[in-house]
Design a protein around this ligand. Structure first.
Ligand code: NAD
Length: 365
């Protein structure tokens, strides 16, 4: 077994962040022990925790230290907008501004969100049993730094009528780099990419489709299909099992990834990764900092633990170790252990720390 040294930046974040990140570190330490890797953590401040110490949500020091790490594992940031003093500050000094700036500074252009329905959690899924039987397992790869959200925008009055305009712009390079990522990820999964666009109407989508087809030539082992975004929205609830890797642009991905996470039924189970052109990635749970349940040892740590598994897979190519974490999570669910958010009749309720410890006990080489 080849031993590695993993330099991991840790942003514990706000609300439930410190609780769930601590459990993910516990699981990573167990992986290090079982597989013989040395794991070195560097604690970084971002979001509300950084405001409390430095008055701003992200310092230059955090950016530099994040860049020096191989990968960053993060809990969510932010607080209750109605009661937290962080939201009395001007918008660019609030917690979320730190996250946007960090993503930009690290050039994280690809956002990856798995939507997995575990057989054991089928009851949490709002879809019919006949559709979800056996569970499903897909990832949505969303372009994160281009498209409609980053184009020019304006509102003006034309002949006395208020008129607004948002520009949807993509260059072929922006499409190519994220498409390559999708095909590489499909190679680590079941070998299928579904590219989503609106090529029957939009020029940006026609370019998207053309470049994705060009990239596909370099990956003859991967099956490519194209699907219109309106059809994809329907297929996600009609037949989610058909999807492996869904590749799409920024706004379509924003909407479809939320739809895909809803059909899994629990926000506490959903991991995410934001990637750039190197092996570096920022890994975090898809949900927020859940201030309503912070400090009570009831938050579900599985989303963060699965984010750590994604980090091992994508930033360190440690597939076996990532598999070990995912298998351990499945085993704990199979044995009936649940945090309160995924609790069902007859299951055994556990807290955040106990869930982390149970997963550790099943990490095996
Ligand atoms: P949220 O995801 O924090 O909470 C929504 C609901 O889901 C709450 O009832 C919460 O208790 C529950 N929940 C979330 N994660 C859970 C977990 N791991 N286990 C059990 N239950 C869980 O969304 P919100 O309330 O809209 O936002 C709270 C704060 O989080 C805000 O400040 C928001 O800006 C921030 N936020 C941060 C990120 C991020 O850091 N990437 C993302 C989304 C929201």
């Amino acid at each position: 077994m080849l031993s590695m040294r993993l330099n991991i930046g840790i942003i514990k974040g706000d609300g439930i962040g410190p609780e769930v990140v601590t459990e993910a570190m516990k699981v990573l330490d167990k992986v290090g022990e079982v597989y013989g890797h040395e794991i070195v953590y560097t604690q970084l401040l971002m979001g509300g925790a950084s405001i409390d110490v430095h008055g701003i949500p992200l310092t230059e020091e955090t950016i530099q230290k994040a860049k020096q790490s191989d990968a960053v594992l993060m809990g969510s940031i932010g607080g209750d907008a109605k009661t937290s003093p962080w939201y009395q500050l001007e918008p660019e000094k609030r917690p979320e501004a730190g996250l946007l700036k960090l993503r930009k500074s690290l050039n994280l252009f690809a956002n990856l969100r798995p939507a997995v329905l575990y057989e054991e959690l089928e009851d949490a899924c709002p879809l019919k049993k006949s559709i979800t039987q056996g569970g499903f397992d897909m990832v949505i790869l969303r372009e994160l730094t281009g498209g409609l959200y980053f184009g020019n925008r304006s509102t003006s009055e034309v002949n006395g009528v208020l008129t607004a305009c948002d520009e949807l712009l993509y260059t072929e390079e922006e499409i190519r780099r994220v498409a390559k990522r999708a095909f590489e990820i499909a190679r680590k999964r079941r070998g299928k990419v579904t590219s989503i666009d609106k090529a029957n109407v939009l020029d940006s989508s026609r370019l998207w489709r053309k470049i994705v087809e060009e990239v596909a030539v370099e990956y003859p082992d991967i099956q490519l299909e194209h699907m219109l975004v309106d059809n994809c929205a329907m297929q996600l609830v009609k037949n989610p099992k058909q999807f492996d890797v869904i590749l799409t642009e920024n706004m379509f991905g924003d909407i479809l990834s939320d739809e895909a996470s809803m059909v899994t039924g629990s926000i506490g189970m959903l991991a995410s990764a934001s990637l750039n052109e190197t092996k570096f990635g920022l890994y975090e749970p898809s949900g927020g900092s859940a201030p309503d349940i912070a400090g009570k040892n009831i938050a579900n740590p599985i989303a963060t633990i699965l984010s750590a598994a994604m980090m091992l897979r994508f930033s360190f190519d440690l597939n076996q170790e990532a598999d070990a974490i995912e298998m351990a999570v499945k085993r704990v669910l199979k044995e009936g252990y649940r945090t309160i958010d995924i609790m069902s009749d007859g299951a055994i309720e556990v807290g955040t720390q106990e869930m982390g410890s149970k997963i550790c006990t099943y990490i095996e080489a």
